[in-house]
Design a protein around this ligand. Structure first.
Ligand SMILES: [Zn+2]
Length: 269
């Protein structure tokens, strides 16, 4: 009986700790249609309610996140996208006005990353993405890349010392993600907009093994790519804590927030 009570107390303590875990949300967007519906102060309130201590934000165009950062400079880390509007996603890599646009913003504001940008396969080797990678190198910025594995390889080929945050873990399989993490020590993965790692909040066995092998390389993110996704920041944090509680506390803490802080600390200080 005493043993049971002790076990129960231990479980409760673990649950309480997990419930209080702060979240570093590595995949937020606050684009032009978001701020019209959700003013910066309201968005910050949602982050606070969710226990998001810091968020990596990008927006199309850049103005959205500048407004958000002005409302809570300590909570928001800025990432610069090569997009001025939503439709740029499929055409930016062939738009030769992009590098000058990025340079103008980099001269004016302080960013920790370039992205989230969408690029696949050999398109990475087009002149515009090459210039973007070069700008990241010059400004010591993380690349937040929504890509297939091939495009990740090509970015590392251009800049072997790059630090890349692989958006959505490439929507790739745990086996492939493992292979990539083993090959590249400067690769981190976000888990935004996927649920196969913890369907219904229950941690998947294969993903669990991956988190245990690479506790320093994963981050969580909500991916507020449309305004309607913003209220989900709170539910996302709740669900995240649920599956993180199934990992050893030190691993859960790293994925919840420490990895984000560690990766971006070098660029913020
Ligand atoms: Zn995104």
């Amino acid at each position: 009986m005493r043993h049971c009570i002790a076990a129960l107390l231990l479980a409760l303590t673990a649950a309480t700790t997990a419930a209080e875990l702060p979240i570093f949300d590595a995949h937020l967007h606050y684009s032009h249609d978001a701020w019209e519906n959700l003013p910066p102060e309201k968005a910050i309130e949602l982050l606070k309610a969710a226990g998001v201590k810091r968020g990596l934000v990008s927006s199309s165009n850049d103005e959205g996140q500048q407004r958000l950062a002005a409302a809570a400079p300590d909570r928001i880390l800025l990432s610069l996208r090569p997009y001025r509007q939503r439709g740029d996603q499929g055409s930016w890599m062939r738009d030769d006005t992009v590098p000058a646009y990025l340079e103008g913003k980099l001269a004016r504001y302080r960013y920790v990353a370039l992205g989230e940008f969408h690029i696949f396969g050999a398109d990475v080797d087009l002149p515009v993405p090459r210039k973007m990678v070069e700008l990241a190198r010059r400004h010591n910025l993380v690349l937040h890349s929504h890509s297939d594995a091939d495009a990740i390889e090509r970015q590392f080929a251009q800049w072997p010392q790059a630090r890349i945050l692989w958006a959505h873990s490439g929507f790739d399989t745990p086996a492939r993600v493992r292979e990539m993490l083993r090959r590249h020590r400067n690769l981190w993965c976000d888990l935004a907009f996927r649920s196969d790692h913890a369907p219904g909040g229950d941690l998947d066995r294969e993903w669990r093994a991956l988190f245990m092998e690479f506790p320093d390389r994963f981050m969580v993110g909500t991916d507020t790519f449309t305004p309607e996704r913003w209220p989900y920041v709170v539910e996302h944090a709740r669900l995240t804590r649920k599956w993180l509680a199934q990992l050893p506390p030190e691993v859960a803490e790293r994925i919840a927030w420490r990895n984000g802080e560690a990766l971006f600390a070098a660029t913020t200080r």
